[in-house]
Design a binder for this molecule. Sequence first.
Ligand code: SF4
Length: 634
Amino acid sequence: MPAGGYFGRALVVDATDGSAATVPLPDSVLRAYLGGAGLGTWLLHRIGPPGVEPLGPEAPLAFVFSPLVGTPLTTSAKFAVVAKSPLTGLLTDALASSQFAIAGKLTGHDAIVVTGRAAVPSVLLIDGDGARLRDAPDLTGLTAADTDTRLRDQLGRGWRVAAIGPAGERGVRYATISHDGRHAGRGGLGAVMGAKNLKAIAVRAATKVASADPAAVLAAARDLRERSFGPATAKYRELGTLANLLAFNAISALPTRNFQSATFEGAGRLGAGSGGPAAGSAEADSAGTGSAGTGSAGTGSAEAAGAAPANLAEMRRVARSGCASCTIGCEHIYRVGGGKKARVEYENVFALGPMCGVSDPGAVLAASASCDDLGIDTISAGGTIAWAMECAQRGLIDAPWLRFGDADALLRALDEIGTMSTPLGSLLAQGSRAASRTVGGDSGTFAPHVKGLEMPGYEPRTLHAMALGLAVNARGADHNRSGAYEADLSGDLDRTDGGDAHVAAAIETEDRAAVMDSMILCKFLRGVFTDPFAEWAGLLSAVTGWDLTAAELRATARRIVLAKRVYNLREGWRPEDDWLPARLLEEPLTLASGREARLTPARLRTMIDGYYKQRGLDCEGRPAAAIAVDLGLA
Ligand code: SF4
């Protein structure tokens, strides 16, 4: 009898012929790895052949649920998609929320793992009748949203769909998997699914799952619901994460024009909550290279034509929405034009706006909608295009049209990438690391990635705790597996003078993320917990029936973080992969005060050494061999 909230088994489907087998998941494994990102890591260790080619048929693609899915706990309708990334060659895990999580789990499995490759473009169907393939030639080339609509029309009530767009079909290495307008975005999971010749996976609930103590779960759900309406989540409800843009600009933490600057003169047009110029905008173009871009007047753009509203605030949300089972509702839907709408978050505006020097709000929203239609990750798309714009600026690639600030160039580049219709599009579809190896010269020194994953919108030179978090993260440059920027922004430490406190903060936020991503609850809920590990232990105990404690959950967090590192080691991680792009360590930022902000290699090295020591790793970041046994992976 499995613990409450679990079925105690995973379904492993071979897409080659649709055959399926169940793999038992013992209580000991579930308790050690919980679900989501943690259990997905364990499954990759167990099912993924060492050295597997990420886009090869043997590579597993795991959809992993959690014990909280299906409970009334707010924000719990989430799942993780876990695979070896075609972008980094290492582990990637992306979380998303939707009814797909509930229907997928209620097929009767804690995880659905897909291997193999279908002979023709197909859809994988899973419900109470088991798994089966269905030919789907009519879906080829559709957006994920259109695929979802057409499939649900064809299949009837109760089916939920996760699909890829055209980019996933073509193998763009940062393609996404989408469902109900949400995306498992980072690391190229859509390309992994496309390589299996699967346009979509459709699931339909067939059973129920019980909690160990339903009354306690209901009481906890009521309490959490009340707290979710409080001040800790107000930012997400009122403005969404876009509120970060002006705040980051004001403190020189907004990466601009491929990290040539940390403030953007056009921030006032893009930030929510204010239509005026952002504080700190006088620092724009103050990067050490002195090679800022051409401004924001893209020829022929909506901005140049005077057709676009003056700022995002004017175009602001036409609706607010939320994921399934969420009482916060942080989705802010904006009008794009042509009757289209787009969900706006800080990261997509940062990556397609300041990072590419584009200040035209209409163009940024159109670019965001284009990424959704093509099915590509906005952060990697924006980062790779920004890198290419700098290459063009320096004469390293022959694309004079690809200029910083040119909205038309941004939209054209996105289309060429998503369709891989030109040599440049095919090059950029590999991501900035691989593309820089092809272009050569010094282009690798300003390629904005860690381990091959493009950087999110946090400037490491002015956010030193985050710099460490980005450098050592298993997934690469990632703001969701390390929330160390919270410490930088807290005012409790000097964010431009990294030291021991920054190391401790990076570890603490990494541990919290490991548990939240595995049990799973939305991180936007994190601020409502005053004693997180103890409160999470209480929630999980009510669902599972285990007598979990805060101390055990802290050990679980450490286990999950190390299990990811051990997987990466197996797949070829090298000590030099825990590092940041050379630009960020060699070029200082000049702040408005005239002061320089630096992150020297020596300071980063010291913080990484401190991190390794506190994590129980050797001086090269490798755990002792015995740890693999302790992790239950041997
Ligand atoms: S807070 Fe936002 S991201 Fe989190 S579950 Fe709710 S709607 Fe989804």
